[in-house]
Design a protein around this ligand. Structure first.
Ligand SMILES: O=P(O)(O)OC[C@@H](O)[C@@H](O)c1c[nH]c2ccccc12
Length: 270
C-alpha cells in the first residue's frame, strides 16, 4: 500500500491537465467554443432529478482508471448511454480525462447525441476554459474537486459554471475540505469514498460526512458502490445520489446491469 505522504496521483493528473489545457487553448479559442450549437441548449437539472428520485443512480462511463488499468475498453459509448437511460438512471457521468481514464470530450458529445439524461463532465477542472469545453460538448453538470483547488478558486469556477447554466457537484473527502470549499454556487456535494492517495474505498467516509453537509445541497455518495444494500444503508444518512462506475462498466452490458440494480432498488424502496 502507498503511504499517504507520497505525492498524490491527483497532483500529477492536475499538472498534466493544465499542460494539456494550455495547448488546447492554442488550438481552439474561447470564442470558437462559445459559438458551438450546444451553447444555446438549456441544461437539464441533475440535482432536481436526484431530489425527486427514490433510486438516485448516476451511472458512469469509465474505460480505465489509475486504480484499475482496464475496466472495459471494448464497449460502444452510445450503447452504454442508451442502456443507462433505459435502465432509469437519473444522470450519466462521462469521464473526459484521456491520459489516466481513457476518456475524451468526444465521448461527452456522443453521449449528448445519444440520450436526454443530465450529463456530468467528469474531469479535473481548474481553468474556466474547461467550463466552456464542458458546455460546448453538451454537459449539464461539472465536477469540482476540493482537494485540487483553493477555496477561492472553487468559488470562482462554480460561479462561472452557473453563469453558463451548468450545475456544480463539489467533491470532498474530509470535513475540513467541506468547511473550507463549500459555497452557494454548488448544487450537490459528492463524498468520494475512494481515498485518492491510497485508493482504499470505504463508504464510512460518506456516513461520517453526511451530517456536516447542509440540507440545501443534494448529498451524493461516490465510488466503490457495488451492491444495493450500500445504497439502502446510505439513504437514512440523507444521501439522494449514488455515483456508480466500475460495478456497471466491468460487465458486458452495463445498461442491463444498471437496469437490474435500479429495479432491485425500487423493490426495496416500496
Ligand atoms: O467506479 P466507481 O468505484 O463506482 O467510482 C465511480 C466514481 O465515483 C469515480 O470514478 C470518481 C469519483 N470521483 C472522481 C474524480 C475523478 C475521476 C473519477 C472519479
Amino acid at each position: 500500500m502507498k503511504s499517504a505522504n507520497t505525492p498524490s496521483i491527483l497532483s500529477k493528473i492536475i499538472y498534466d491537465k493544465q499542460v494539456e489545457v494550455a495547448l488546447k487553448k492554442q488550438l481552439i479559442s474561447e470564442s470558437e467554443l462559445r459559438a458551438a450549437a450546444m451553447f444555446k441548449r438549456s441544461g437539464i437539472s441533475l440535482s432536481a432529478r436526484l431530489r425527486n428520485s427514490d433510486t438516485g443512480i448516476i451511472a458512469e462511463h469509465k474505460r480505465r482508471s489509475p486504480s484499475k488499468a482496464v475496466i472495459n475498453q471494448s464497449l460502444s459509448l452510445s450503447e452504454v448511454a442508451k442502456g443507462y437511460e433505459k435502465a432509469g438512471a437519473c444522470g450519466m457521468s462521462v469521464l473526459t480525462e484521456g491520459k489516466y481514464f481513457g476518456g475524451s470530450l468526444e465521448d461527452l458529445q456522443l453521449a449528448r447525441a445519444s440520450v436526454n439524461l443530465p450529463l456530468l463532465r467528469k474531469d479535473f477542472i481548474s481553468d474556466p476554459y474547461q467550463l466552456l469545453e464542458a458546455k460546448a460538448h453538451g454537459a449539464d453538470v461539472i465536477l469540482l474537486i476540493a482537494a485540487a483547488l483553493s477555496p477561492g478558486h472553487t468559488k470562482e469556477l462554480a460561479l462561472q459554471a452557473n453563469d453558463l447554466g451548468l450545475e456544480v457537484l463539489l467533491e470532498v473527502h474530509t470535513a475540513a475540505e467541506l468547511d473550507s470549499h463549500l459555497n452557494d454556487y454548488c448544487h450537490m456535494v459528492g463524498v468520494n469514498n475512494r481515498n485518492l492517495k491510497t485508493f482504499e474505498v470505504s463508504v464510512e467516509t460518506s456516513k461520517s460526512l453526511a451530517e456536516v453537509i447542509p440540507d440545501s445541497f443534494v448529498k451524493v455518495s461516490e465510488s466503490g458502490i457495488s451492491d444495493e444494500k450500500t445504497i439502502t444503508a446510505l439513504r437514512p444518512y440523507g444521501f439522494r445520489g449514488f455515483l456508480v462506475g466500475e460495478h456497471f462498466m466491468r460487465t458486458e452490458d452495463p445498461g442491463q446491469t444498471a437496469r437490474q440494480f435500479i429495479n432491485s432498488l425500487k423493490q426495496t424502496a416500496l
